[in-house]
Design a protein around this ligand. Sequence first.
Ligand code: AGP
Length: 603
Amino acid sequence: MCGIVGIIGHEFKVTDLIDGLKKLEYRGYDSAGLAAVNGQELFLSKSVGRVDTLRSVVEENKVIKGGIAHTRWATHGAPSDRNAHPHTDCTGKIAVVHNGIIENYQELKTELIQKGHKFKSETDTEVITHLIEENYKGDLYKAVLDTLKVLKGAFAIAVIHSDHPNVMVGARKGSPLVVGCNNELCVLASDVTPIIKYTRDVVFLEDGDVVFIEGNKMRITDFSGNTVIRKHTNITWDESAAEKGGFKHFMLKEINEIPESIESALVGRFDDDYNPVMHELDEFNIEKIKRILLVACGTSYHAGLVFKYFAEKYLNVDVLIDVASEFRYRPIRIDDETLTIAISQSGETADTLESIRAVKRAGGKVVAISNVVGSTITRESDVTLYMNAGPEIGVAASKTYVNQLILLYTLALYMIKKRNLWTEEHKNIAKQIVSSANLIKKIISNKEIEKVSDHYKNYQHFMYIGRGVNTATALEGALKLKEISYINAVGYPAGELKHGPIALLDPTFPVFAIAPKDSLYEKMRSNIEETRARNARILTIATEGDTEIQKISHDVLYVPEVHEDLYPLIIAPVIQLFAYYIADKRGYDPDKPRNLAKSVTVE
Ligand code: AGP
């Protein structure tokens, strides 16, 4: 997830473009750049780091007639000046900024290099610029249309050409793009934040739309050039709300971004026949791995726990998982049949990093799962599987947890396939993962979650219980509630209650039971009965259609039926929203919980 903005139509200061870009910084902030038409020249400026670094290298009072700018969240090619956007073509006349992922960029790049194009960056985006150059015959709009026909993946782009100082072309497929014009100029951007300074009358472009802007006039067409009519929306939000996309907090916005985030994680991960694809691991002799070490902290540890249950069920391997702060001080036994997986959304967590270094010192190989290209953990691991969730501003992990699960399920399925253990059941699980975004869209819109949270907002204690793979869900649910509502929430494997924790229960200590219809359902029912007998108030997550569970629960939240191993994936947004609403109702800011940091870079 990056931020793009373009302004055209009337002379303005280059700092106006940078101000607009600054408003998009929450979308990505590892590098930034801009290109502007100055007379017949293309003026280009790029820098690693935040937008203010770019501002410091651009001449303050420079006046331009049109320009595009970009703030980056790297997916292909570590943050650097040459990988920062905009990217230009061989003539230096065409500039492109892009948000999204071009899936087929490798093959397009090979063809273009054979045609003599010289590439300057490692990005997927640069193929777009050279393709436009390849198709350009004097009409920029036409060249963009011809280029869009061959692109696969997700994109929102803005394009300028120094021979056409009054023209900008934008297109959208999969990534957001908004346009607004006033009587002087037009602004094109990833969201409304840079636009509302100029006009509150905007058009949200839809997938398959192209916008041709000349001066302060725009025309919207489809990818074949047919005019399409789009409705105008009047934006009433103030700027900070706009940054949150109209949501009250970033955490709620990021939970609502989960479907889009899942789609980004799944780009190129399954072929048309639902076979898992992980080229990053093709060099790893996965077939001979007998032991997997999993190391992570906090929410990432809980994602690892889901992988442990799933992988041990289908793969004849031992999966040993540990919190990194313990793992790093324990003796490490590594041989060439051992694979270490390190999970860290930020890629900077000190304990996880030191654990990786310890494994490397012991001669081990490390596969990292991370969300930040160029982060220390990705640089020190042998290979990285990227989560592509985009930046997460809320300290409490939400969409990144779900993307970790998507990648970990896919990794286990990839290992199953590689070891010839693949069955129809695994194909069915793959199908459900690939279509999970739509299912989760429905789950997130369930208004019951907020209603039920109202009954629980005043408790000071809470116990989450689950069995099997949902033990991880119980632990994660408790962590989410603890982190942002400061309620003393504990998570336990339900079978463990009798061995002590049940002593805690009374009417002041409610229970959140994770009890979908899986092979441990009957066991969970009796555990719920046990807690009910101690007069605890029971909130149960159950599978749609399970009316029996209502008889032993005070409140029930339902999720659709899925393969039993995938309930952690679809239940994740429910436990996140529940914790969010309770924190909000208790008057806390879920985005900036006390005592916590988004990335724990100290021991
Ligand atoms: C989760 O909501 C917390 N922010 C925290 O537990 C986090 O998961 C942990 O610090 C690990 O962070 P990482 O994934 O960036 O390594």
